[in-house]
Design a protein around this ligand. Structure first.
Ligand code: FAD
Length: 434
């Protein structure tokens, strides 16, 4: 297809890489014929990535190819474009553009620009809520203000939820409305500046067995006790409605985690300043030590604290880290080493396959004690007690730090009691400041 075709309607895939239960796609197909999907490999984002075998780019690429094949089996295709989305839309002359909402500041700005650009050309730009059950202003306090504490937010969220929110949007009966065209050219990974890596990605099957046992097993990193669906929720290879449906069947606790995801997205949407500043502005005054050598030891899993090192090595090797260990490593960096949460956040952002700006930022600010609904500043995880409780046989530690009892393993980078007192004094001093 060329980009000038007033009979064609574009559906723009972004973080919703699936054909089934995709709300924007559902509306595009229901309201039009000749719907042609597109995926844009955004140069603005890709050029920031350092690793030419980037695990996320490989993941996205694989999903895009799946989508293209599925669409070609339906007699249509998927347009793959590498470049700046604004440029793509500048050159576009079509009957309409459909897509799903994205709540990150970069995306909001980009979409506003595209909206203005398409308005000028009289091309309708229709956008839909898809990646969450409730978005933006849908869950507010009685006074109309956004919640900044999780528990009452979650109560309201649950109260508002009914079975209609978990009904899938069935699009099969509209498949005939995909534009019939010959397969369009497939861009190779190297054409977008990357190379293929050998990665094992977590399955997108929602395991009822794991979710049923979730409350019992979720905190033990040596177990397969959590769903591992984060990357699929991130890129929309599963739909939130199917996840919520399973959660309601099997585990209230798991449902609560899905609500945390929406809570942090809502926070980012209402308070975009959190991307660069502490939610609680007072903490922007904190005097971090920011010792670069210590940061490097933390990144490399060489702090001499086995549970911290195991987590960092798991992250470096696989792109995943168990939630309990994310909390321990984040607390260790910000409290024990007094290193700015933004350093840790940026490192996680670089390494996590499931990197989600809102959850990562929320998790880091929570651990550092400067976020909304944060762990209080005096809550300093004791890595030894955490190990006794959640990895009592050191199974997780042995997997990632097999030498932890050997002579070559480094001594603790800082004494626990000393570091705890130092953190308390630092945070306390700030608290007392007017
Ligand atoms: P499960 O325990 O099976 O939970 C199901 C889903 O609920 C997850 O896939 C995720 O989408 C959501 N979820 C679970 N816990 C949280 C939470 N605390 N906050 C928000 N959503 C949650 N999660 C990300 O998806 N991306 C991140 O970049 C990210 N960074 C984090 C950084 C820190 C410092 C901390 C403490 C947590 C972070 N989390 C992040 C939240 C959580 O650790 C992961 O979602 C979880 O470990 C993913 O594993 P899972 O899919 O097996 O989760």
């Amino acid at each position: 297809m060329n980009q000038t075709d007033r009979d064609t309607v574009i559906f723009w895939f972004r973080r919703d890489l699936r054909l089934h239960d995709n709300i924007g796609l559902y509306h595009a197909l229901k309201e039009n014929n000749n719907v042609l999907p597109v995926f844009i490999f955004d140069k603005e984002i890709l050029d920031e990535l350092e690793d030419e075998q980037d695990m996320r780019v490989n993941f996205i690429y694989k999903q895009v190819i799946h989508l293209k094949e599925a669409l070609e089996n339906l007699g249509s295709s998927l347009l793959m474009y590498h470049g700046n989305p604004i440029k793509f839309f500048e050159a576009l002359e079509v009957a309409g553009v459909y897509t799903n909402h994205d709540y990150e500041p970069y995306a909001i700005k980009r979409d506003n620009q595209i909206q203005a650009l398409l308005n000028e050309k009289n091309i309708p730009f229709k956008t839909y809520k898809d990646q969450v059950i409730f978005e933006k202003n849908e869950i507010l306090k009685e006074d109309g203000e956004p919640y900044t504490v999780f528990t009452p937010y979650s109560r309201k969220w649950l109260k508002k939820l009914d079975s209609s929110h978990q009904e899938p949007y069935l699009i099969q009966s509209f498949y005939r409305n995909f534009k019939k065209i010959q397969p369009v050219r497939t861009l190779s990974l190297s054409e977008i500046g990357f190379k293929a890596g050998q990665y094992d990605y977590p399955s997108k099957q929602i395991s009822g067995k794991i979710i049923e046992q979730y409350e019992t097993n979720r905190d033990f990193p040596a177990l397969q006790g959590t769903s591992r669906l984060s990357v699929h929720l991130r890129f929309g290879t599963i739909s939130i409605r199917e996840a919520v449906k399973e959660a309601r069947k099997y585990s209230q606790k798991w449902l609560s985690e899905l609500i945390w995801r929406e809570f942090y997205m809502m926070i980012l949407w209402h308070f975009p300043k959190v991307v660069t500043s502490s939610f609680n502005s007072k903490y922007d005054q904190l005097e971090w030590r920011n010792n670069e050598k210590e940061f490097e030891a933390w990144c490399n899993g060489m702090t001499g604290y086995p549970i911290v090192d195991a987590g960092m090595r798991e992250l470096n090797a696989t792109g995943f880290m168990h939630n309990r260990v994310r909390m321990i490593t984040a607390s260790f960096l910000t409290k024990h080493l007094l290193i700015d949460w933004r350093w840790g956040e940026a490192y996680f952002a670089k390494k996590l396959l499931d990197f989600e700006l809102s959850s990562n930022n929320g998790g880091w600010q929570w651990a550092a004690g400067c976020g909304c609904d944060a762990a209080p500043y005096f809550r300093i995880f004791n890595p030894y007690i955490q190990t006794q409780k959640f990895d009592p046989k050191s199974k997780y530690i042995k997997k990632w730090v097999p030498e932890f009892q050997e002579i070559q393993y480094p001594p603790p980078i800082v004494d626990h009691q000393f570091a705890r007192n130092r953190a308390l004094e630092t945070f306390d001093a700030l608290r007392k400041e007017k």
